[in-house]
Design a protein around this ligand. Structure first.
Ligand SMILES: *[C@@H]1O[C@H](CO)[C@@H](O)[C@H](O)[C@H]1NC(C)=O
Length: 255
């Protein structure tokens, strides 16, 4: 079982929050029991930044994560994006591309980009395109191209499956026994029956659901086609993960 402190960590992170944790501990004195930082890395200066992207580049610039050309200048910082990049206007295509590029740049600098699936990623995957704008479709090219890009045969579908997860545990320092934070789009309900082992169980459910949804033939987009719901063959656990919450196991997934 998780300890009380772990539960409160799980519960404490909400998707809409943009928050910064500044951890600028002075280098530990020689007498400290702590392990030494990895060679070539700064002693211990990591800011943890969680962003639900609306005006992505502006926010990232404000946080000194990217420069004027949207290139990673965050060094060893960790950027956590908690989902719903899509369905917020015309820029999903470009923001996904930027995140993909930043992930590589961050990695090269000793930092990290952590990407979480929101309910709107899953909605788009299962053909629920209620909030997709014409300008978004046009940016991809056409409905057909967009659907292909989202599928397991397309760049975005492959990126979601490889580099996005339903939930993530993030260590906030390179030290052994570092505190970890749990990130999820929305929050986690302790009574959700498929929490453990955490985070693997949830991510396994999320990934199998996503892979099934993105394997052709994909559901015809609603509207104008009828809403087809989760793909055939989805398990009860997957159903519960999706249908009951954008808090995992909560009731806000439709937000
Ligand atoms: C996952 O992210 C890495 C780093 O940005 C990128 O090189 C890779 O292409 C991504 N994987 C997929 C399948 O898109």
């Amino acid at each position: 079982m998780l300890t009380r402190a772990q539960w409160s960590l799980l519960a404490s992170v909400t998707a809409a929050a943009i928050w910064l944790v500044f951890l600028r501990a002075a280098p530990t004195p020689a007498s400290s029991n702590g392990p030494s930082p990895a060679p070539g890395k700064h002693a211990f200066r990591q800011r943890l930044i969680a962003v639900d992207i609306d005006n992505a580049q502006k926010v990232l610039r404000m946080a000194s994560i990217v420069d004027d050309k949207a290139r990673w200048i965050g060094g060893t910082d960790i950027l956590v994006q908690t989902g719903d990049i899509v369905d917020r206007g015309a820029h999903a295509y470009d923001v996904y591309k930027m995140m993909q590029r930043l992930r590589g740049e961050a990695h090269a600098a000793g930092g990290q980009v952590v990407s979480i699936l929101g309910n709107h990623e899953v909605m788009n995957a299962i053909g629920d395109w209620r909030y997709v704008t014409q300008s978004d479709i046009k940016r991809f090219g056409s409905t057909d191209v967009r659907q292909r890009d989202l599928s397991v045969e397309g760049w975005l579908g492959q990126e979601w499956i490889a580099n996005y997860s339903s939930t993530a545990l993030v260590a906030i320092s390179p030290y052994a026994n570092s505190p970890t934070y749990s990130f999820t789009h929305g929050s986690l309900r302790p009574s959700f029956p498929h929490l453990l082992p955490y985070p693997d169980m949830i991510n396994q459910l999320g990934r199998s659901l996503l892979s099934r949804a993105l394997t052709p033939p994909l559901a015809a987009p609603y509207p104008p086609n009828p809403y087809s719901g989760l793909p055939k063959g989805s398990s009860d656990a997957e159903l519960e993960l999706y249908a009951s919450g954008d808090r995992i196991g909560g009731e806000a997934l439709q937000r």
